[in-house]
Design a protein around this ligand. Structure first.
Ligand code: PGA
Length: 241
């Protein structure tokens, strides 16, 4: 595990974007596993800036996002399709047919998840998986207690996750109760994993995930076992490690 400390959020975003940029320069047809959430936003802004300057080219890149709410259409402004489109894809040149996000509209959850695993395999696996971390240690929508051996599957969201996301939906009752997510096994199969964490509210869970026992109760703790795991962390989030 490599831990890279950043002095603030801007610095974290630049450092993590540099790692992604290096990946794409070294392997232009990289398969990037992407993530939503507030922490990666600065990374996407930085990558867009470098793309506009001509310093990075995504024309051969494939992207595979971690997760999507079940039941939300791509046009719903709370869907992860919408998030990725508005915060990244509309500004860069990843070809449309190489952008993959679970199909939240597919009511057949077994099919939706199986199809997604096939997409990952056909792409040749993920070269670099970007991850945030939830305050309960979740990665993607793999909540505490999630089995380590799962690939893409349908999950019931934890109450705490629905509460944390309620701010985006205006009302907790409007937050979807299920999501399709890559499993821990899918994440662990990525060749490289890049996690970003920022803010004092992540300090305890980062301590538990990085220094504590590897346990399904802290899903991110499994990353201690990943052969190429990099954590880029801002000072406050790193205050207990
Ligand atoms: P955040 O979300 O980046 O908005 O804190 C992280 C996550 O829940 O994975």
């Amino acid at each position: 595990m490599k831990v890279i400390k950043a002095k603030d959020y801007e610095d974290l975003s630049r450092k993590a974007a540099n790692i992604i940029s290096a990946q794409v320069i070294i392997k232009p047809d990289s398969v990037l596993g992407l993530a939503t959430g507030s922490t990666p936003l600065g990374i996407y802004r930085q990558l867009i800036e470098w793309y506009k300057k001509g310093d990075i080219d995504f024309s051969d890149v494939t992207t595979i996002n971690l997760d999507e709410y079940r039941g939300l259409s791509p046009g719903n402004d709370q869907s992860y399709h919408y998030f990725m489109q508005e915060n990244f894809f509309r500004y860069v040149n990843v070809p449309k047919d190489r952008i993959h996000i679970p199909d939240g509209e597919d009511p057949d959850s077994d099919r939706a998840c199986r199809d997604y695993d096939v997409i990952i395999k056909k792409a040749g696996g993920i070269d670099l998986q970007l991850l945030g971390i939830g305050r309960d240690g979740h990665i993607g929508f793999n909540e505490p207690g999630a089995a380590f051996g799962l690939e893409t599957h349908c999950v019931d969201l934890a109450e705490s996750t629905m509460a944390a996301n309620a701010r985006f939906f205006g009302d907790k009752d409007k937050v979807p109760r299920q999501a399709y997510t890559m499993g821990i096994k899918s994440i662990m199969q990525a060749k490289k994993v890049l996690m970003v964490a920022s803010g004092r509210e992540k300090a305890e869970i980062i301590r538990d995930a990085i220094l504590g026992p590897v346990t399904p109760q802290v899903p991110a703790s499994i990353l201690q076992m990943h052969p190429d795991f990099t954590l880029v962390i801002e000072r406050e989030a790193a205050s207990l490690i």
